[in-house]
Design a binder for this molecule. Structure first.
Ligand code: SF4
Ligand code: SF4
Length: 294
């Protein structure tokens, strides 16, 4: 069983569109939406949720104001500036700033503070027309996206082993944050989706450095390659210098947008379009390349 992670240096490069197209072409695959901060694969996959699980984003402090003597110690001691007086003059914890360090709990002379697990994130196992999908939803302002990605990838692997799937396709997050790092770890291959723009290349360079530091093989697909031929040439030159093979050049096609509006992949919506044809060829090259990567 092989695993591929689809990534882009920045949002809006077409990563999810490409993932959906490859989902239409892959057989016997399990899918995992690693973009837990802004999950959107479900919009096309239209999953039927079979399992819902809670995921802790860490600990958070709560103050029992009935027990509080208002000594002010917690407010002055919190290193994260997470405790402030409310309109009644009593201390209150800001859940978005609390790091769950438990200092306030330990020092409160009235034992008015307790910390508890914050289960504001959820992850799901779903059935879709393409195969099983593991995905997640983070609560507003929640953290620990890297750990959540690791958890859902672990579940996707479990399902893939159980169902004897040939491949796991991860739709990774944009950028180089914690969740991107968690998406890269242990994958067999990274597919970089890049748009030929100045910012597209700038952000892709940082991602390429990151993936290279993990020594994971990387292929590239240029999306909307025909919107700016000069930029495309620059992107191609950079990829060549970094020995990254280009496996596809997808043309700009308004049908791509139409397919999203119809909640379908481009391959489903317009199978004979130029974009679909190019993506089919790209998928064949990816499948062939995967045979060589352990
Ligand atoms: S340390 Fe305890 S008693 Fe003092 S203000 Fe904070 S919660 Fe109230
Ligand atoms: S647990 Fe730590 S971060 Fe949270 S309010 Fe208490 S002292 Fe501040």
């Amino acid at each position: 069983m092989k695993e591929i992670t689809i990534l882009s240096g920045k949002g809006g490069a077409g990563k999810t569109t490409v993932t959906a197209a490859l989902a239409s072409l892959a057989t016997n695959a399990v899918f995992c939406d690693n973009d837990v901060d802004a999950a959107d694969l479900h919009l096309i996959f239209k999953p039927e949720i079979l399992e819902t699980h809670k995921f802790s984003s860490g600990s958070i402090a709560t103050i029992n104001q009935d027990a509080c003597t208002n000594c002010g110690l917690c407010e002055t001691s919190c290193r994260f500036d997470a405790i402030h007086s409310n309109s009644d003059g009593y201390p209150e914890v800001n859940p978005f700033q609390c790091e769950g360090c438990r200092l306030c709990e330990r020092i409160c002379p009235a034992e008015a503070i307790t910390t508890h697990e914050n289960f504001n994130n959820h992850w799901f196992v779903s059935e879709t027309r393409f195969g099983a999908l593991v995905h997640a939803k983070m609560g507003p302002g929640e953290e620990n996206s890297g750990k959540l990605v690791s958890r859902i990838r672990e579940k996707a692997r479990e399902i893939a082993i159980k169902t004897k799937a040939d491949i796991i396709i991860n739709d990774g997050p944009p950028g180089i944050g914690c969740s991107a790092i968690s998406s890269i770890t242990g994958t067999n291959l990274v597919l970089l989706v890049i748009e030929p723009t100045i910012s597209g290349l700038h952000d892709a360079k940082r991602l390429i450095e990151l993936v290279h530091s993990f020594k994971i093989p990387m292929l590239a697909l240029i999306n909307k390659y025909d919107i700016n031929t000069d930029s495309t040439a620059e992107v191609e030159e950079y990829l060549k210098q970094n020995e990254i093979e280009i496996i596809g050049r997808v043309p700009f096609d308004t049908k791509m947008v139409d397919s999203m509006v119809h909640e379908q992949s481009i391959v489903e919506f317009s199978p004979r379009s130029k974009a679909s044809e190019e993506l089919k060829q790209s998928w064949n090259l990816i499948a062939r390349s995967l045979e060589y990567y352990q």
